[in-house]
Structures are given as structure tokens and as C-alpha cells.
Design a protein around this ligand. Structure first.
Ligand code: PNS
Length: 163
């Protein structure tokens, strides 16, 4: 049984993330999407909302969503995972990802980092840009799952007139 951890903030999940999860399922029997619990980082969605959006977007009995804090490799080892999956969109991602992969291997040589190239149609998509565009009323259709688009619209809808 090959298990992989796909870690991140997922605030919110994008179609780029969903594509990586789907492709990971071709390589692994089970993918645990691991949402980092980071109270110091200001997030738009709660970790529970982020989990629900991932589960709504990817319905598979081979995908689980869990929360983690502390060291990623410790979480991966505790779940019996053989790999950490990360998506690489462009060269700009590579340097930081390489540093993390080396550090993670030093900390836990039993867990491999596997990089998947993002689909080219999502190569410029990030949760940060999605939030910015949505907050300013721009179109994000096709870049995020429909459930995420609906929640972003609700979050950024102009407040109605006060009673
Ligand atoms: O979605 P992100 O912000 O790109 O995900 C970054 C993440 C969660 C993979 C990274 O911050 C992480 O692994 N944090 C857990 C703490 C840890 O293990 N740090 C050492 C990494 S070498």
C-alpha cells in the first residue's frame, strides 16, 4: 500500500491542487491531503472550511484530509507515508521546494519528496492570487472548483444595506 502526503495551506484549494491530487492517485494507493495548522498566519478560510472544500472537489475513497502542525516529515512518518508530493508551477517554485526537500530528507530519509509539474493551464494559479482577484470582483471561473468559487463569492459579496 503506497501512501503519499500532499501538504499545504490550501487557503483555498485551486484547480491546480485538484489536478495534483488526481495525478498523485495514479502513483499512490492513498493520498492524505495535509492542511498545515498555522495560527500565526492570517487565513481567509478556517481549516475546517478548507477541508470541506477539498472533499467537495475531490470525491474519492482514496483521498483523506487531515490537519497537521509541527514537522511535516514527522506527520508523514506517523501516517506510514513513503512520499511527500509537491506541485511545481515554475522555476520560481523550484528553489524553495528544493531546499525543503533536502531538509526533509535529512530529517527523515525514509520519506521521499516527489515533484509533479503543474498542468500548464494552472501554472500561474495560486491561492493568493485567487483570493486577490476574487476580492476585487474578478472572474476566477475554471481556476477553482465550483464550491470554492461559490464560497469566495459569498465571502466577498458586497454587504447589503443595513436595516
Ligand atoms: O501551501 P504551502 O504554504 O506552500 O505549504 C508549505 C508547507 C506546509 C509544505 C511547509 O510550510 C511545511 O512543510 N510546514 C511544516 C513545518 C515543517 O516541516 N517545516 C520544515 C520544512 S523543511
Amino acid at each position: 500500500m503506497r501512501k503519499a502526503i500532499y501538504p499545504g495551506s490550501f487557503d483555498p484549494v485551486t484547480n491546480g491542487h485538484v489536478d495534483i491530487i488526481r495525478r498523485s492517485l495514479r502513483l499512490f494507493d492513498e493520498v492524505v491531503v495535509a492542511i498545515l495548522v498555522n495560527p500565526t498566519k492570517q487565513a481567509l478560510f478556517t481549516i475546517e472550511e478548507r477541508r470541506d472544500m477539498i472533499l467537495e472537489a475531490v470525491a474519492s475513497d482514496r483521498v483523506r484530509v487531515e490537519f497537521f502542525d509541527g514537522l511535516l516529515v514527522q506527520f508523514a512518518a506517523s501516517r506510514g507515508a513513503s512520499a511527500i508530493v509537491r506541485g511545481i508551477r515554475a522555476v520560481a517554485d523550484y528553489e524553495y521546494e528544493l531546499q525543503m526537500a533536502h531538509m526533509n530528507r535529512r530529517l527523515e530519509p525514509g520519506v521521499e519528496t516527489v515533484f509533479l509539474m503543474s498542468a500548464d493551464e494552472y501554472s500561474y494559479v495560486s491561492s493568493r492570487l485567487i483570493k486577490e482577484v476574487a476580492s476585487l470582483g474578478g472572474a476566477i471561473t475554471g481556476l477553482v472548483p465550483a464550491t470554492v468559487e461559490a464560497r469566495l463569492k459569498a465571502r466577498f459579496a458586497p454587504a447589503g444595506p443595513e436595516e
